[in-house]
Design a protein around this ligand. Structure first.
Ligand SMILES: Cc1ncc(COP(=O)(O)O)c(C=O)c1O
Length: 382
């Protein structure tokens, strides 16, 4: 090290190669990695070195994507700066100009916008299918159809279709199947082991679990994930080390959070079913979720008010249950699809889908179920 104050200030205390046995994973908050010489750089490019530049890869990103791949029983994974980044990488790892996508008509608005508004500009076509009404994909498959996209539990009506059946259908037509498993998580079901080729998560939700991070993960077979990784790198959608670290930290409590949140949600759904101020409760049935690996139906409950003109009063009356247009944190929260995620819907679309002014989407947290029920009852009575 140089002896002058200016040089010492920059280099003192920095020992990147020192091995310290920390119990938790350190945050590799670095944009680039140092090399001992040109031979080491060469090793990286010939596949022997792990890290070069954080946009290309970082130990915190790898910790997260390896963990989700293992929990989803997939061979490989890649993280991204958001759920949408991971969805984009998954779609573009399969699709090119002139290709056609079949998607469930109940998909997250952002995914729809990516397909309908962005990928359409590259000649990628989309057909949305109502999987509750169709019996097969045959009428919709074209010679250029490449991919079938669906969600395990849909947003906001929490529909669960017979995923094994639809995967089988898609396979008969040689389609790649991509599943958004954000609402169910690998705790409830692992679509890769049911035959899906790519499984994606907005890790912003249950994987992170604390509403303090935006991140995404895509898992699948090594070949598709290698291509998806190139897309993440080339489009600049890499996850930052700190966000990766926070998400991986949140993941550690996924099982215990999901167990509690699903049990709470089931009690809340029972309570709402009997409430006179409620017109309809949307909560996956035991039959619909029979292909899940666990006898639980998720931690989201949607419901519509009998008198939808009271919707403003209801949100105003809530005290500690916060209005927040996201979901899956440890705190119970509510959102309102019509004024947030489904704002673009016309009145006609609202009536047709049931996503109406009176619809409330509840993300059930880890608090005591009795307190959640008490608070909802208090707001409903007001
Ligand atoms: C089912 C689903 N998939 C994907 C996304 C997008 O995730 P992100 O906001 O992390 O980009 C969301 C966001 O709400 C979602 O609900």
């Amino acid at each position: 090290m140089g002896e002058r104050f200016e040089t010492k200030t920059v280099h003192i205390g920095h020992e990147p190669l020192r091995q310290v046995k920390s119990k938790s994973t350190p945050i590799y908050q670095t944009s680039v990695f140092a090399f001992a010489g040109l031979e080491e750089v060469e090793q990286f490019y010939t596949g022997d070195g792990e890290y070069l530049y954080t946009r290309n890869g970082n130990p915190n990103q790898a910790e997260l994507s390896d963990a989700i791949a293992a929990l989803e029983r997939a061979e490989a994974g890649v993280s991204a700066a958001s759920g949408m980044g991971a969805i984009m990488a998954g779609l573009l790892s399969v699709l090119g100009p002139g290709d056609h996508v079949l998607a469930s008509h109940e998909i997250y608005g952002g995914t729809y916008a990516l397909l309908y508004k962005e990928l359409s500009r590259f000649g990628i076509e989309l057909t949305s299918i109502n999987l509750n009404e169709e019996a097969s994909l045959a009428d919709h498959v074209r010679p250029n159809t490449k991919l079938f996209f669906l969600e395990t539990i849909t947003n906001p009506l929490l529909t669960v279709v017979d995923m094994p059946y639809w995967i089988e259908q898609a396979k008969q037509h040689g389609l790649t199947v991509m599943v958004d498993n954000t609402f169910a998580t690998p705790y409830l079901v692992q679509p890769y082991s049911l035959g899906a080729n790519l499984v994606v998560h907005s890790a912003t939700k249950y994987i992170g679990g604390h509403s303090d991070v935006t991140s995404g993960v895509l898992v699948g077979d090594p070949e598709r994930i290698a291509r998806a990784r190139e897309i993440v790198v080339n489009y600049g959608a890499s996850l930052s080390p700190f966000e990766a670290w926070l998400t991986a930290r949140g993941l550690k409590t996924l099982a215990i959070r999901m167990e509690r949140q699903c049990d709470n949600a089931s009690q809340v759904a029972d309570f709402l079913e009997k409430h006179s101020a409620i017109k309809r409760v949307y909560y996956p049935s035991k039959e619909a979720t029979s292909f899940f690996h666990r006898q639980k139906q998720g931690a989201m409950v949607s419901f519509s008010l009998a008198d939808e003109s009271k919707i403003y009063d209801f949100y105003r009356a809530l005290d500690w249950i916060k209005f927040a247009p996201s979901l899956a944190g440890v705190e119970t929260s509510v959102s309102h699809p019509v004024t947030t995620s489904h704002r673009a819907f016309t009145e006609e679309q609202r009536q047709a889908t049931g996503i109406t002014m009176g619809l409330v989407r509840l993300s059930v947290g880890i608090e005591a179920a009795e307190d959640i029920i008490f608070e909802l009852n208090r707001a409903l009575q007001k």
